[in-house]
Design a protein around this ligand. Structure first.
Ligand SMILES: Cc1cc2nc3c(=O)[nH]c(=O)nc-3n(C[C@H](O)[C@H](O)[C@H](O)COP(=O)(O)OP(=O)(O)OC[C@H]3O[C@@H](n4cnc5c(N)ncnc54)[C@H](O)[C@@H]3O)c2cc1C
Length: 346
């Protein structure tokens, strides 16, 4: 397959300069990893950064699950990833995609500022938006005690009081998971009963360490100016002390701009046909915006980054094997891409 790809690569006719080989939509861990891998394969990828350059990791305080980095802040990690991708030849544009025309190749990407670009392939890595409470204090303390992912942030709250906001299985699963770190857990639910399958319900009721407050609404997140210290419910004078607040109100794939050209589920997640393949050949999806084969999105930065790399490899293969008419290697480079390390330097 690789030899075939290389042969095609060297016999490709030139195409117009203004058609990109690959446009990557999103600059979080998935988009930046895709950019790094694609740049090393000489695809000269263009990353569209979107409204949140760097993605969700920018809001993360300390990251403790990135291999080789026992602790690193989210902004530092994402800054390094961006610099690394840029140093290998990835290009960046500060813009947001408004829509796409995937009906004919090259595809057309339309931007919110009215401009447009043509591309032979696309990687969508536009992430998710968590459903928020929308109360005072939430924006101020986002990432400073307010968390979404217990696997990522759970260890930061060892032996500390935490609150889980939500009423469904997501909230219960998060509360049960956090038991390994703390025995001071309160679920605040706006429902009057536990909204979960019988086995989860039974597990929850058996846990005396988890307190549930029903029919309640978080109306304010309180802090000391630096980190979260508690929540106020139902605008009352009482404050529930908490060092951490886990939101479990659901997530939404950021795909409202994709239209109906791709298979997308009710929660906005791109439905994949294989690891990174969307329903449109030449269009790939990576990171939290896509569902996995298990029907659930990967939530970790590392899994997002891994799928970004896989999407870049898939795009390279697509360009070489399927498209067959793309100038994947810039003409002036005239170098061999090593099929073992994807480098032009070895
Ligand atoms: C507070 C917090 C703490 C976290 N802590 C950890 C942790 O410790 N460890 C861990 O593994 N994970 C952690 N996570 C999860 C981690 O941030 C995500 O797994 C990761 O960011 C997902 O990467 P992604 O590239 O798929 O999407 P995102 O990071 O969400 O990036 C999406 C990108 O797409 C762009 N975009 C969206 N729409 C458009 C558009 N229309 N046009 C162009 N661009 C667009 C956005 O601007 C953004 O750049 C945390 C998340 C949060 C919120």
């Amino acid at each position: 397959m690789r030899i075939k790809s290389l042969l095609i690569l060297f016999t490709l006719p030139l195409v117009a300069d203004d058609i990109n080989n690959l446009i990557i939509i999103g600059s979080g861990p998935a988009g930046l990893s895709a950019a790094l891998c694609a740049a090393r394969m000489q695809l000269s990828p263009l990353v569209v950064e979107g409204a949140d350059p760097g993605g969700n990791l920018l809001y993360a305080g300390t990251i403790e699950n990135w291999p080789g980095e026992p602790t690193i802040t989210g902004p530092e990690l994402i800054g390094r990833m961006r610099d690394h991708a840029a140093s290998q030849g990835a290009r960046f544009v500060s813009n947001t995609v408004a829509s796409m025309d995937l009906t004919q190749c090259p595809f057309t990407i339309y931007f919110t500022d009215g401009s447009q670009l043509a591309t032979w392939s696309v990687i969508i890595a536009s992430g998710t938006s968590p459903q928020k409470i929308n109360c005072p204090g939430e924006e101020e303390y986002w990432g400073r005690g307010i968390a979404i992912c217990p696997i990522c942030d759970g260890p930061l709250f060892k032996r500390k009081a935490i609150v889980v906001v939500g009423s469904g299985e997501e909230a219960i699963t998060r509360a049960l998971f956090m038991l390994q770190y703390t025995s001071n857990i309160t679920i605040i639910s706006n429902c009057s009963d536990i909204n979960a399958c019988p086995s989860l319900r039974k597990k929850l009721l058996a846990e005396s360490a988890i307190k549930i407050i029903f029919n309640a609404q978080v109306t304010e997140i309180i802090g000391d100016g630096n980190r979260v210290t508690g929540v106020r419910i139902d605008s009352s004078a009482d404050i529930i002390p908490a060092a951490g607040i886990f939101l479990a109100l659901g997530e939404q794939g950021r795909t409202d701009w994709c239209g109906t050209q791709l298979a997308i589920d009710q929660k906005g997640y791109i439905i994949l046909d294989g690891p990174v393949y969307t329903t449109v050949p030449g269009v790939f999806a990576a990171g939290t915006v896509a569902t996995t084969v298990y029907g659930r999105p990967y939530t970790l930065a590392l899994s997002a980054a891994g799928s970004g790399c896989m999407a870049a490899l898939a795009a390279w293969n697509y360009i070489c094997d399927v498209q067959g008419s793309v100038d994947a290697l810039p003409a002036d480079l005239n170098k061999t891409v090593c099929p073992d390390c994807w480098s032009s330097r070895c």
